[in-house]
Structures are given as C-alpha cells and as structure tokens.
Write a protein that binds this ligand. Structure first.
Ligand SMILES: [Zn+2]
Ligand SMILES: [Zn+2]
Length: 234
C-alpha cells in the first residue's frame, strides 16, 4: 500500500496544536515519575498519557515527512516513531510503509474516541476533548450562542494577526446578514497585506522602543511611554 493514498489526516491536524497536546501528555507522564509518587496515579492513567505522547510524536513526524514525499529521511524517522508506539502497545515491529498506515489508523481512532484528553484536563473538558464556548456574539460583545468546540487544554488559542482576511486580527468575523459576529476559526493570511506598523501586542515592551542613545541593550525598555502614539501613524 502506498501510504500517500491512505485516507488519514483529514482534516490535516495543526502541528502547533499537536505540539501543545504532546507537551501536556508528556508533562502528566513525567510529573508523576519526577515527584516519585507514580503509584498514587492509576496505572491506566499513566499508560494512556505515555501512549498518547508517543502517538502524537509519531504523527508530527509523519506530517513533516508528508510535506515532502520524496524525503525518505523524514519518512523513515516517522516510521521508526510509529514503531516506538507499536513497541509500547506490545505488538511487533513492521516495515516502514505498514507502520505509517497503522499509525494513521491509530490516530483516526484516537480522534474519534471519547477520551481524547486526560480526565483532569486543565481545559475543563473532563477528557471529552470538547467544551461549550461562545461562537456568536452581538455587536456589543454579548455572547449569543455557544457550541461544542475543541478543548484547548486550558491554553489560549493561537492568535490571528491583522492580515487575516477573515477577522483582521480580532478573532471574530462580522456577519452583515444577521448583524452579529461569529468566531474566525481559520487564520487566513492575505499575501497582499501591507502594513507599515510591525505586528505586535499593544503591551509588548519591545514593540516600538526608540533606539537608546548608547544603542540597544539586552534589557527590555521598562519606562512608561505612549507606545501606541509612537507606533501608529496619524
Ligand atoms: Zn481538554
Ligand atoms: Zn482570523
């Protein structure tokens, strides 16, 4: 079987999101070990965290390999990572192509399961992997409608910058038909977007500091000053 024909990763997962998931699963696994009280955690809990970490690690490697199907180096590393998961599962190691096909099936099953996150997930999903959150707002910002959305494990979602064609950096799209805002769920950069101001957080102390007399130092500027007035034209 040609692994590129395998109907997995649809939709293609976000690599940054996978890394967030991976680091949390690793944390929960290692935390108990480092504290020296691994025995106070249910063995199934620790095993599930460790297995999920190995699964996500292999999926990230596979996605990297898929970006260039001619790159056998990354493909073989992804296959080895998939076989590390097979070893954890106590099933035999298999050749690379088969390992990657199996990995994609495993990931599919993982995403369709009802225990996507640990039961003590910091995002409050209790393991389900989704939470109720507002997706439609009135123009005054009042939430109008909530729906099940992907649990972010208690970490803020990645921001959209001002060049996002959907939301221009606000995270919300205006729907003129209903005079309301809906969530902008996909950052879609406009390649033609031009802005003289650097994209930065308003409270970023590095954002627009004037060059000090002696040149730049490694210290962030801490003096209070009208950052926005200095940065924005007009
Ligand atoms: Zn969660
Ligand atoms: Zn957006």
């Amino acid at each position: 079987m040609n692994v590129t024909d395998h109907p997995a990763y649809n939709p293609t997962p976000s690599v940054p999101r996978l890394l967030t998931e991976l680091t949390q699963e690793e944390f929960w696994t290692r935390y108990a070990t480092v504290r020296g009280d691994e025995g106070t955690f249910h063995p199934d809990y620790i095993a599930a965290r460790r297995r999920t970490a190995l699964l996500l690690r292999a999926v990230i490697a596979d996605l990297v390999a898929l970006a260039d199907p001619t790159d056998t180096h990354h493909a073989s590393q992804a296959a080895a990572a998939a076989n590390a998961l097979r070893r954890e599962d106590g099933v035999g190691l298999v050749p690379a192509t088969e390992a990657l096909s199996w990995l994609r099936d495993q990931y599919q099953q993982y995403t369709e399961g009802d225990d996507l996150h640990p039961p003590n997930c910091p995002g409050g999903c209790q393991g389900a992997g989704w939470v109720l959150a507002p997706v439609i707002w009135q123009t005054d910002g009042h939430p109008l409608h909530a729906e099940p959305v992907t649990c972010l494990r208690g970490e803020p979602d990645d921001p959209h910058a001002a060049d996002c064609t959907g939301c221009h950096g606000t995270g919300k799209r205006y729907d003129a038909d209903y005079n309301e805002y809906t969530v902008c769920d996909t950052y879609t950069p406009d390649p033609a977007y031009e802005d003289t101001a650097p994209i930065s957080w308003p409270d970023d102390p590095w954002a627009s500091a004037p060059a000090p007399a002696g040149g730049y130092s490694d210290e962030p500027p801490l003096l209070s000053r009208p950052v926005d007035a200095a940065r924005r034209p007009g």
